[in-house]
Write a protein that binds this ligand. Sequence first.
Ligand code: HEC
Length: 214
Amino acid sequence: MDLPPDAPFQKVKFEAARRSGVLTHPYTLSTLAYSAESSPIHRGVFVGRGLLGIAIKPPMEAFTPLAAEQHPNLTTRERVSLQTKPMACSGCHSIMNPLGFALENYDAVGRYREKERAKVIDVSGSYEQRTGAVAKFTGAKQLAEFLANSDETHYAFAQQAFHHYLKQPMRAYGLRKPDELRKTFAENGYSVRKLLVEVAVTGALPPKDTKPPK
Ligand code: HEC
């Protein structure tokens, strides 16, 4: 914040134009980062698994990230891309890295930045959707807009809420349940309160229809 160094502890307003809710909250960004550098990989895994609900396998080995001080001319994005470029890595990393790259305007503690090591940071990212169409976004705002409007996110949210509250997979309540829940969630204007009522009611009733969807 633009405050004198001896300013007392106080409540401040964030730069609203640069923030997109929980995605750019400093807690989210700093938890998904190293102590001195951001981590597009960990941020991308969170967006992929947590928000889009895609399965990303854990790595087969523990990889040590390339040390920033050994690559003083590379941005974090460039360093991560360099390390995960081989075929043995890109199968997984080409899915999650481009999600995390869109959040590179935020450093290890979630502070906004436009440059890193005197270079303008490239915050373009992409995601191949389940339909096969590739979504492109530049920066956190566009990533957030894509996520907020994506059927995949809505589906994943309903599914994870269901799993969290009932400790059962949705399909245990009928093969149509996942799609029904996603639809009612959308019809109710993405009201989390109404979704939770729907989940609770579903859990209290025996499954009605277990025939697969046509
Ligand atoms: C099967 C999918 C998969 C493959 C293949 C894979 N990774 Fe990863 N990698 C991941 C996931 C998932 C994470 C995040 C793990 C976590 O949650 O900490 C990760 C994390 C990392 C990290 C951060 C590790 C840390 O502790 O900070 C590095 C660096 C990395 N991978 C490099 C590589 C390299 C280099 C290769 C190729 C030799 C590779 N990965 C192959 C899935 C993969």
